[in-house]
Design a protein around this ligand. Structure first.
Ligand code: AQP
Length: 332
């Protein structure tokens, strides 16, 4: 059975971009693949985090994934920092990737790559992401469009490592969805919807109430043309609304556009479709979040399963690199 792996940062509750661009596909993947999904808490430290909130946000992210439909019977769900092999393999991969490759990552540039005070981890985290993937011999990595470049780097690094030290890693493929691969910010529709960048009015969280959804969609930036057409280059705001409606109702956004003559009725239907889409997730989230202990148990079992696979891959990579590997039973 082929393997999939993907992850989400605990930088807040999942937003519509996370759900439509990635997590909705994970729910399908878990039934047809051996699936590993993680809350990538180590990645969140690339930006400032409040230590009083991080653990709670990690649990919230896990509850969001379970509410979205991940089932611990069908997949392994865990927290990245609970599996020590991740940062250990990341070091080997930092020493495989080059400075020039990391410097070209657009996410680094977008998040302040020119500043002297930016965290070194923001520069090197694509190597940690490569470790997340390669540890599980993942064939397929379902991600939104924004992660394509990191996936390409993972493939380059895996191939280079294999060439230098002998066959060690599976070289993975990115799996980007056909619809909603890049959900845009409602206020700045040329920028992707994001938890860490952008205004709260531009991002729809999966836990937003119907009133919140209606307010945000009503205020979504469109244009002055007044004509509903799907054209992401010249009409990014309207096209984003069409993408959202198409993704929520599983329809092609161009076909959706043909049904509307004005922005008002389009926005009304976007609200209705999103409220309908989010309602069952919110009901499941309410039940799950009432019992955080149960979520911790799911994550602990997931980490134990994940560590078995990850430790074996790390061991293979350490041996291939030439390190003195300690005898079995040695606990560092
Ligand atoms: N706007 C988006 N449209 C489609 N897919 C998206 N993803 C993220 N944003 C969009 C996909 O969701 C998965 C988890 O992403 P993440 O936790 O790294 O991203 P985020 O929620 O957008 O969080 P941040 O804090 O804003 O981080 P950055 O700016 O680094 O993305 C991934 O598969 C991602 O592709």
């Amino acid at each position: 059975m082929t393997r999939v792996l993907s992850g989400v940062q605990p930088s807040g509750v999942l937003h519509l971009g996370n759900y439509l661009g990635a997590v909705r596909g994970w729910v399908t993947d878990q039934r047809s693949h051996e699936a590993f999904f993680c809350v990538v808490d180590l990645h969140s430290l690339t930006l400032d985090q409040d230590p009083r909130l991080l653990a709670g946000r990690t649990l919230d992210a896990a509850a969001g994934l379970l509410a979205a439909g991940l089932d611990p019977e069908d997949c392994t769900l865990f927290v990245q920092s609970h599996v020590a092999a991740h940062p250990r393999l990341a070091w080997l991969l930092e020493c495989t990737a080059t400075f020039g490759e990391l410097r070209r990552m657009t996410q680094f540039k977008d998040k302040g790559g020119n500043s002297e005070t930016v965290r070194a981890g923001l520069f090197t985290y694509p190597a940690l992401m490569a470790a997340d993937i390669l540890l599980y011999d993942a064939d397929r990595v379902p991600v939104g469009d924004d992660q394509r470049q990191h996936l390409e780097l993972t493939r380059t690094v895996a191939a280079r490592f294999n060439h230098r030290y002998g066959q060690t890693f599976v070289v993975p493929e990115a799996a980007v969805p056909d619809v909603a691969a890049r959900v845009m910010d409602l206020q700045e529709p040329t920028r992707k919807m994001s938890k860490s960048v952008g205004s709260p009015l531009g991002t729809i969280d999966i836990l937003d109430t119907p009133d919140d959804v209606a307010r945000k969609v009503r205020k979504a930036v469109t244009d002055t043309e007044g004509q509903v057409r799907y054209d992401p280059v010249t009409k990014p705001g309207v096209s984003n609304l069409l993408d959202l409606l198409g993704a929520a109702r599983c329809e092609d956004p161009i076909a959706v556009a043909a049904r509307y003559g004005d922005y008002g009725s389009l926005k009304r239907d976007v609200v209705e479709a999103l409220v309908e889409l989010l309602q069952p997730l919110q009901e499941r989230y309410a039940v799950l979040s009432a019992d955080p202990y149960q979520i911790e148990q799911i994550l602990a079992a997931g980490a134990a399963r994940a560590a078995t696979v990850a430790d074996a891959t790390l061991d293979r990579a350490m041996r291939a690199t030439g390190f003195l590997v300690p005898p079995k039973g040695f606990a560092p």
